[in-house]
Design a protein around this ligand. Structure first.
Ligand SMILES: Nc1nc2c(ncn2[C@@H]2O[C@H](COP(=O)(O)OP(=O)(O)O)[C@@H](O)[C@H]2O)c(=O)[nH]1
Ligand SMILES: [Mg+2]
Length: 345
């Protein structure tokens, strides 16, 4: 009797989980549908695909949670769509023109030291230039964080005549050294969001950019201001994110909201954090561990789960691959679309 009751209980729990997962997957998908419909794109809709992105019949499309405890129902279906969208995402990015006649759409990246900011910039360069690039210096030695300069990364288009109309800025890394450092960081972030920091400004750990500094841009134009704030987090250490660092990120998020700048997050190093993703990046949409990390991050800093983008950067590879490209392009496109939505409202 006891055995039967336990089994019934387990079954209903599994069913509940399946429903929750389905809803979550559908919610993600609905969001994607909405974003796309605003661009009058109707080719994508929720369906049960019979073939994968390579044209092979998809096997095990609806994952049975009883048999694969680490993966979520329907996640592989999501990845099929994500991969299939790779070309469409690339086309969107190639055709993209910022609204309102602006010349530049500025993406401001910040986050803890070593989270993968520079690596994400390199990944974007790599995907768009079609080869592994090392434009931003990625480094795992934390001491170098304060020797950083404020640099605007521009990416050349295929014809080498034009550049993409979006640029990326990589801030100095946030660390939990002391209260003063965090206040300095917050002030510098405010300056960057408002467009007051001139190119090549060297960050100082003890003092923020002052209005008397020659690198202070007194009259920032719309091109100098940040149009979206992106915080990069390391998925493998998100559970140990220090409270004070999370608070600082929340402060900056509040400031961005006041300035009308949307805020999203990138969760990098998902390969390090989730063994099933290290084995096969296609598991990104169905990894339970990753879902939990996204939920933790959302609760820690208040960013909605559908504004957190998991990414595996090109950090050690010598060649590009389809799956990594697909995630990076999807993330970049989403960043642009979310930023544009705010700009146009
Ligand atoms: N495994 C893995 N390592 C990464 C990833 N992204 C970055 N890294 C590594 O993490 C370290 C710090 O990255 P970096 O981009 O310099 O971080 P930043 O301080 O935020 O700019 C480097 O050694 C990178 O090679 C990723 O997606 N996966
Ligand atoms: Mg860096």
């Amino acid at each position: 009797m006891a055995v039967i009751r336990r089994r019934t209980c387990q079954t209903s729990e599994v069913k509940q989980n399946q429903m929750k997962t389905l809803l979550r997957v559908r919610n993600c998908w609905d969001l994607k549908e909405r974003t796309r419909s605003s661009l009058s794109r109707t080719q994508l809709h929720w369906e049960r695909p019979s073939k994968d992105w390579q044209g092979n019949w998809a096997q095990n499309s609806w994952t049975d949670v009883n048999h694969q405890p680490n993966v979520l129902l329907g996640g592989d279906v999501m990845f099929v769509f994500l991969s299939r969208d790779r070309e469409a995402d690339l086309q969107f990015i190639n055709d993209y023109r910022p609204a309102g006649g602006q010349r530049q759409f500025r993406i401001l990246l910040h986050g803890p030291v070593g989270a993968g900011k520079s690596s994400f910039i390199n990944s974007v360069f790599s995907v768009l230039e079609g080869k592994i690039c090392h434009k931003a210096t990625a480094c795992n030695i934390t001491q170098t964080t304060f020797t950083k300069k404020y640099i605007t990364y521009k990416i050349k288009k295929g014809d080498h005549q034009n550049v993409y109309p979006f640029v990326l800025n990589d801030m100095t890394g946030l660390s939990n050294i002391n209260w003063k450092h965090r206040r300095v960081y917050e002030k510098d972030m405010r300056m960057a969001m408002k467009g007051h920091i001139k190119e090549e400004y060297k960050f100082h750990p003890q003092s923020a950019l002052s209005e008397t500094d020659p690198f202070f841009n007194r009259n920032p134009t719309i091109n100098d201001k940040a149009h979206i704030l992106v915080t990069v987090f390391d998925a493998s250490t998100i559970n140990q994110l220090e409270e004070t660092v999370a608070e600082t990120i929340q402060e900056i998020r509040d400031e961005a909201t006041e300035l009308g700048i949307p805020h999203v997050a990138i969760l990098s190093k998902i390969d390090e954090a989730c063994p099933e993703i290290r084995d096969d990046i296609k598991n990104v949409c169905q990894s339970r561990v990753l879902q939990e990390k996204i939920q933790i991050l959302s609760k820690l800093v208040g960013i909605p789960e559908n504004c957190i983008f998991p990414v595996k950067n090109y950090h050690s590879e010598k060649k590009l691959n389809h799956e990594t490209d697909a995630l990076i392009l999807y993330t970049l496109r989403s960043i642009i679309e979310i930023g544009e939505e705010y700009l146009s409202s």
